[in-house]
Design a protein around this ligand. Sequence first.
Ligand SMILES: [Zn+2]
Length: 161
Amino acid sequence: MSEERTTVEVPDTIGLPRLLDFYELQTEDHTGIAEFYTNLREGQLTTTQCTACEELHFPPRIVCPSCHSDSLEYVELPDTGELFAFSTVRAGAPLGMEDEVPFVTGIVDLGDVKLSSRIDNTTYEELAIGDSVELSIVEIDGGADHERVFFRFEPTDTGGD
Ligand SMILES: [Zn+2]
């Protein structure tokens, strides 16, 4: 065996792999559900509803999973809902969110659909099933050349503690 060793270098920081950065795909060039992001950028949470069989989907679709029609329209979802379930992430956070632990994730019941979401501005200990939560649209920083957004929820401001 040679005495000479090869040196390898590791980076000080590791950028988010593009493959894992789903949020870059928010324009019509990248995704068939660009309208969802456009609406979200304008402050409205929406999803698709099938005009053939009336099925409401979440997440939004490009083809109805129920009847396979591609005749879908975007409909508004309420911006408040009830906490259906929740948990807290203390370790093993997704890449890019490691510095944010602990944080709360939950399932929000919007009436016609339930969706999973980060629950911001609270802690696990402060929450209870059935709590009222409201939409909070966050901007995502990153390498993309267009404004990117995503939805989260947070406890409804009741005007006092
Ligand atoms: Zn359908």
